[in-house]
Design a binder for this molecule. Sequence first.
Ligand code: SF4
Ligand code: SF4
Length: 402
Amino acid sequence: MLGTAPVETDPTCQITLGNLYDTPEGKRLLTCIQCGVCAGTCPYGDVMEYPPRKMIAMLRAGLLEKVFTSESLLACVACYACMAKCPRDIRLTEVLLPLMKEQTLLHLPDLPAELKKALENTLRYGNPMGESSRKRAAWVKTADVPIRILSEYRQPVDVLWFVECYTSFYPRGQDTSRATAKLFHAIGSDFAILGNEEKCAGECGRLTWEPGLFETLTDYNMAVFQKYEFNRLVTSCPHAHNAFMNRYRKLGFWWELEHTVPYFARHLDRLKPMLKRKLNYTVTYHDPCCMGRYNDVYEEPRQLLTAIPGIKLTEMKHNRVNAVCCGGGGGGMWLDTYYKAKGYDRLSERRVNEAIATGADVLAVCCPYEVSRFEDALKVLGHDKRMIVRDVTELLAESLEV
Ligand code: SF4
Ligand code: SF4
């Protein structure tokens, strides 16, 4: 469950193709009954030459190289749908796919340019946009409330808020950060940020098939965390949350961990009396893959949304464990041009069409990738006058009267 993280490191981070069958997770791959549920549930199962079921068949037949040299893995957006639905509990998204993606990187003659650039930028600047790390905390000056930066005031703090990249640099992401800061203040949290010392947590680098990049970032971030005294790390990025929960543990990450949505839901008794401004919106909520399918966080965002006076919540056809991915995970964030060239459906557009069908006027999200993806999809489909995208924290902050 999302929240206080388990103390054990996820064993999947020790698995390689070489030791695969020596590990319980690897051995489990051999229990695959070839039912095809994974391929049927995969949002890009229809365009992959080797969807998950076939991938396992190729693995058993010793023909993996054929999979590496195909472009199938480029279409995996790490949505966890295959993993959530497998009747044999085979952890495809966590075990097999990252290993295969890593090999694909070594075998493909070249990566799509947009993805290559994002990975290079992350290595060089600590964020996929290629922004100067010196500007990471520039948004803080535009917040309505004071935000403490740990390097400027090194006293111990309760909450270290790990802001992450899109919420630091991207203008609409900064709106989420300003709202989050307002909420921390409203409930009286003792919080601070790393400011320009923060770098990408790296989870998408790992699921994108760049373990080297991921290790560079984990080493860096761990060294920064160890400089300060704090009790818990709270982040608005579900991808960063997963990285800390599973991968940073082996490097000694021992702090309590929460995503902002469960954190604020846990403090709803303090927050709710301040949610006084009525918002007359009909809202539909998109379950991000990393929060829902991976961490079972389905109710907390809905509790927060329904605590706002005036908000009417309506569900999309595919919700909770069946939610359609926004297409941004596992490198998909930087593969839109590639998918378009291939003639694939954009998943963000598929999702936005479902949201529009509910008749809602707000699409609520809680992952930094989704604001830009869905706003863009609404524009492309000509629905941007009918629906707006808001992070859950933005809606809470809008209703707030302190
Ligand atoms: S859903 Fe599981 S058991 Fe069925 S084919 Fe896929 S991996 Fe194998
Ligand atoms: S993680 Fe999602 S996109 Fe990747 S293979 Fe599984 S279902 Fe398909």
